[in-house]
Design a binder for this molecule. Structure first.
Ligand code: NAD
Length: 447
């Protein structure tokens, strides 16, 4: 009989995973502690912006016209426990307030709420990003709480999807990594992922700690790559070089590769910053903190980018401060094709300038609602043109395609000052300069 799956926590990761599993042919039941989210999802609506997700969801949510009916949502733990052969835990693991460490309270509570209802054999599969050692601890907790005893087993299956590409990454991942304690768990997970593995996706089987570490190591590497090129941007700027040309040239070396080498205002979001900090904190607990001291540097290079952008904006305002100055901020999401504003460099920069007396007006194609909720005191405009109207300086902080296509002449006609700073090295300097703008970018010569 076909496996029945549940997905616990239906945020960016969980909602995508649930819809993708239904697409692969499984019956899926999603659960969240947020009833509003469950209500939305049950009617085929997605509580965030993720390209392609709503369409995928609508193909499967029970009760919608022409849907497969394979996907349902609930807030009942009893229902989830009774339904599922495999339970994917996809809840959030944010940074603890005032500490580097990971806040495991959401994961712990998901296990504590699910386990007592597990009366029949089940595989609980953690997908959240957790500090190494969590799986072993949670396996013991499961054994203690589940009435099914050792017939309730744990596996860890870290997730590597990128927001903005979540659907594609879930249906066609680069690799699938599973941390298992038995052949039975491996067999079940091979059954779940038979389609992508059949299409050639590598399936890596490991123990718990290795599987947990693969995820944090991958994020540490990616963060390091971004901070590396941002460090090169700092040096290029000091030396009068061009980091974009430099990145292109070093990227031709296959050992280096071209991806993740765009200098800018650095990384943000709900994953990389908190994951490298949690990794450092966990290494410290394990007595291996020396091994990861370089991540401190990665983090501080990254945070320096935001401060640098504020300084460039101050210079563009004439150098004496932001009072009486109007700043247009293009972008609020931490990356394009997403509405996620968690630890967004764009909003961080906007917030700093606002606190220093600047009048900031933000526009983002998809993240306005989330931005407003987090930064209610910033100004917001309904379009890029409206944000730029009357502005002294324009900051390009999230590289949406829409911003690449802006007409600098049209913007120049409504701006008060023609100064633009490209925090993502994504705009075409010549086109802007020809339209009469002073154009500054990250680690690039400025005319
Ligand atoms: P999110 O905040 O969007 O979603 C988490 C969901 O879990 C929320 O809907 C929340 O209401 C729910 N929740 C919290 N506690 C719960 C509980 N006890 N029981 C049931 N539901 C509960 O977070 P996210 O971005 O989807 O991230 C989830 C995990 O996946 C994190 O560990 C993150 O690091 C990891 N991850 C995220 C991404 C990404 O791009 N977003 C990529 C890879 C891995």
């Amino acid at each position: 009989m076909a496996l029945k799956l549940t997905v616990i926590g239906t945020g960016y990761l969980g909602a995508t995973h649930a819809a993708a599993m239904a697409e692969l042919g499984f019956e899926v039941l999603g659960l969240d502690i947020d009833p509003a989210k469950i209500e939305l999802l049950s009617t085929g609506r997605v509580p965030m912006y993720e390209p392609g997700l709503e369409n995928l969801l609508r193909r499967h949510v029970a009760g919608l016209p022409d849907s497969s009916g394979r996907l349902r949502f609930t807030t009942s733990w009893e229902e989830v426990a009774a339904f599922g052969d495999i339970h994917f835990v996809c809840v959030n693991t944010p940074q603890k307030h005032g500490e580097y460490a990971c806040d495991m309270s959401y994961v712990d509570s998901a296990f504590d709420l699910l386990a007592p209802h597990l009366e029949r054999p089940a595989l609980v599969v953690g997908k959240s990003t957790v500090p190494v050692g969590s799986a072993a601890r949670l396996a013991a907790r499961l054994a203690e709480l589940a009435p099914a005893g050792d017939r309730a087993e744990l596996a860890w299956n870290p997730e590597f999807l990128r927001e903005g590409f979540a659907v594609e990454d879930t249906l066609h991942p680069d690799r699938i990594v599973v941390g298992v304690a038995s052949e039975h768990a491996e067999k079940l997970l091979r059954e779940v992922y038979a389609t992508p593995v059949g299409e050639g996706t590598p399936f890596v089987v490991a123990d718990y700690p290795t599987a947990e570490l693969v995820k944090t190591a991958a994020n540490a590497f990616l963060a390091t790559k971004i901070s590396f090129i941002n460090a090169m941007a700092e040096v290029s700027e000091a030396a009068g070089g061009d980091v974009v040309k430099l990145a292109e040239a070093i990227g031709h070396d296959e050992r280096i590769g071209k991806k993740f080498l765009r200098a800018g205002i650095g990384f943000g979001g709900g994953c990389l910053p908190k994951d490298i900090r949690a990794f450092m904190a966990r290494a410290g607990e394990l007595g291996a903190d020396q091994a990861l001291t370089f991540l401190r540097e990665v983090d501080s290079i990254n945070m320096r980018r935001r401060a640098h952008m504020v300084e460039l904006a101050r210079e563009a305002c004439g150098g004496s401060g932001f009072l009486g100055k109007r700043i247009a901020v293009l972008g609020a999401a931490f990356k394009p094709d997403s509405d996620d504003v968690r630890d967004s460099p764009a909003l961080n920069v906007a917030g700093q300038i606002h606190l220093q007396g600047g009048q900031v007006t933000v526009y983002d194609p998809k993240a306005m609602e989330n931005a407003r909720r987090l930064f209610p005191t910033l100004g917001y405009a309904a379009s890029a043109l409206e944000a730029v109207r009357g502005a002294d300086v324009v900051l390009h902080l999230t590289e949406w395609q829409e911003f690449r296509e802006l007409d600098p002449a049209e913007l120049g006609a409504v701006a008060r000052g023609r100064h633009v700073i490209d925090g993502r090295n994504a705009l075409a300097p010549l086109v802007w300069r020809e339209a009469g703008w002073t154009f500054r970018a990250m680690g690039r010569p400025h005319a």
